[in-house]
Design a protein around this ligand. Structure first.
Ligand SMILES: NC(=O)c1ccc[n+]([C@@H]2O[C@H](COP(=O)([O-])OP(=O)(O)OC[C@H]3O[C@@H](n4cnc5c(N)ncnc54)[C@H](O)[C@@H]3O)[C@@H](O)[C@H]2O)c1
Length: 490
């Protein structure tokens, strides 16, 4: 018979716990909030208070509803008060020893039927469950921050979770107005594994000098349509938390792409943890960087464009008043290309005047300097790109440049995750849309870009970096060979 949950305990009323308590109480459940001491309990009550007052002042909650939520919530310092709860969810700090000690106590205090849940982001639910006498009734219920707002809940079952329990907890999540995805107990679950792999890779590209952090941020925001760039997001999550999650991912996968980029460790050691300390990759005390304007005279006498789409771009440049010249004599040669351009440069009498240009979406253009390009020419092409109404993303002449080098391995990782039987395509798409605010899930993106384009892009990345993680997953390769165009239609 399906379980029903009426009384829920929440242990730890910090950032996540207070939000989780609010979510349960809003859905009409009785909530018992537990904290370590009176001071922390007051802080937790204050967190809930402020959040509800905000909702009332914004007209999202009536005063009667707020009073009802408070009427259903009790606060206590005694774990014993959880003895009759149907479910207890833990949201204390992400330290395994703390969690294990708490679960041992909860197992002793709570009735044998009580389900014990953890909100851990990265620790093993199986290892936590093993400290209890009821591992079959221990589960992960991973909410996202801020819990009252974010719709996603990852329901994490282990190899010993009782049959039907994950389904019952998913039903409970729906009752809370959330969208559950059900996943197994692997480091990072769906969202953190895919997200942190991508964010760490962005830090690696930065370290390799492929592009500057502001430009990588602009590329992923404007070129891939993500809500924010990777370094802005890392700063928001906190570099200490990001470093820790990567470390946990690496411990399980032993894959170099999860090994925290050294720059993360360096920033953490320096105490530059992101937004919460005022500085991380970016500085939050500064006013925004002034955007280089399109004004002023461009130092370009004549331009020559080569590559696919050259006629169209030449016509637009002529219309904008740029003189056209032959490749051997033009001041600037633009090679339109989605692949490295050095081989075009070496065929010219003045290879230092060649710059690669990759138009991505409607808003950005990657401006590619080879080892021979002189900086003034790259700068002039950057200005010229602004005249065309796009944001230039200066970068080095490497396979995938910036957007594809970051996006394709992330898509590949999602296929790998699906192929390993870890979660369904639909759940992975839902998780990334709701957990990260992405406009589309990875499988939706794959279908929109085209499987063959992504497969070929990954092959080029692998050929350049020799990083096994970049090699197309065998499933992707097989689908392209079989002529399948929509991965979700299979
Ligand atoms: N912050 C996030 O963005 C986020 C998102 C998803 C999941 N998580 C996970 O949620 C959990 C909590 O994270 P947080 O950011 O809310 O931490 P937090 O530090 O804001 O809050 C933790 C709270 O737990 C209390 N506490 C510590 N030991 C306790 C005990 N034995 N009994 C009762 N209360 C105790 C502390 O007093 C504190 O108020 C972690 O496992 C974290 O990985 C965090």
């Amino acid at each position: 018979m399906a379980r029903t949950f009426q009384t829920v305990g929440v242990v730890g009323l910090g950032t996540m716990g207070a939000g989780i308590a609010e979510v349960f109480a809003r859905a009409g459940l009785q909530v018992i909030g537990v904290e370590v001491n009176a001071e922390a309990l007051e802080r937790g009550r204050g967190n809930l208070d402020r959040s509800l007052d905000r909702a009332v002042s914004r007209g999202r909650l009536s005063e009667t509803e707020r009073d009802g939520i408070f009427g259903r919530t009790t606060f206590t310092g005694a774990l014993d008060d959880l003895r009759d709860a149907d479910l207890v969810i833990e949201a204390i700090p992400e330290i395994m020893d703390f969690k294990r000690a708490l679960f041992t106590d909860l197992d002793r205090v709570c009735g044998p039927e009580t389900v014990l849940a953890t909100n851990t982001s990265s620790l093993s639910v199986t290892a936590i469950a093993a400290t209890t006498s009821r591992p079959g009734r221990v589960i992960g219920m991973h909410f996202f921050n801020p819990a009252p707002v974010m719709k996603l809940v990852e329901v994490v079952h282990t190899v010993v979770t009782e049959e039907g329990l994950a389904g019952d907890v998913a039903t409970l999540a729906r009752r809370l107005g959330k969208t559950p995805v059900t996943v197994g107990d692997r480091a990072g679950f769906v969202v953190n594994r895919l997200l942190l792999g991508y964010l760490n890779h962005a830090a690696t590209l930065l370290e390799r000098g492929v592009a500057a952090k502001e430009d990588i941020d602009a590329a992923m925001k404007l070129g891939a349509g993500l809500p924010m760039g990777p370094f802005t997001l890392l700063d928001l999550i906190g570099l200490d938390v990001s470093h820790e999650v990567c470390e946990v991912l690496f411990q399980e996968s032993r894959d170099r792409v999860h090994a925290p980029a050294p720059i993360l460790r360096e920033l953490v050691t320096a105490g530059l943890l992101g937004r919460k300390t005022g500085r991380g990759f970016h500085s939050y005390d500064d006013v925004a960087r002034p955007a280089a304007g399109a004004g002023g005279k461009l130092g370009v006498g004549s331009v020559h464009v080569l590559g696919e789409g050259a006629d169209e771009l030449s016509a637009r440049l002529s219309a904008a008043g740029f003189k056209q010249g032959e490749a051997h004599e033009a001041d600037v040669v633009i090679a339109l290309s989605s692949t490295p351009v050095i081989e075009h440069a070496v065929l010219l009498p003045h290879p230092e005047r060649l710059v690669g240009l990759h138009l991505v979406g409607e808003d950005i253009a990657e401006v590619v300097s080879t080892v021979l390009t002189v900086p003034e020419v790259a700068r002039a092409v950057g200005d010229l790109v602004r005249v065309l109404g796009r944001t230039p993303v200066p970068c080095a002449d490497r396979a995938g440049f910036v957007v594809e080098a970051l996006l394709y391995p992330y898509l590949n990782d999602a296929v790998r995750m699906y192929d390993a039987g870890y979660a369904s395509m639909e759940d992975i798409d839902t998780a990334m849309r709701l957990g990260c605010g992405y406009p589309a899930g990875p499988f939706e993106m794959l279908d929109a870009i085209g499987l063959e384009v992504v497969r070929d892009g990954l092959r080029a990345l692998y050929a350049e970096y020799r990083e096994p993680f970049f090699a197309p997953t065998p499933l992707l390769d097989r689908l392209v060979t079989a002529g399948v165009t929509g991965i979700r239609d299979r």
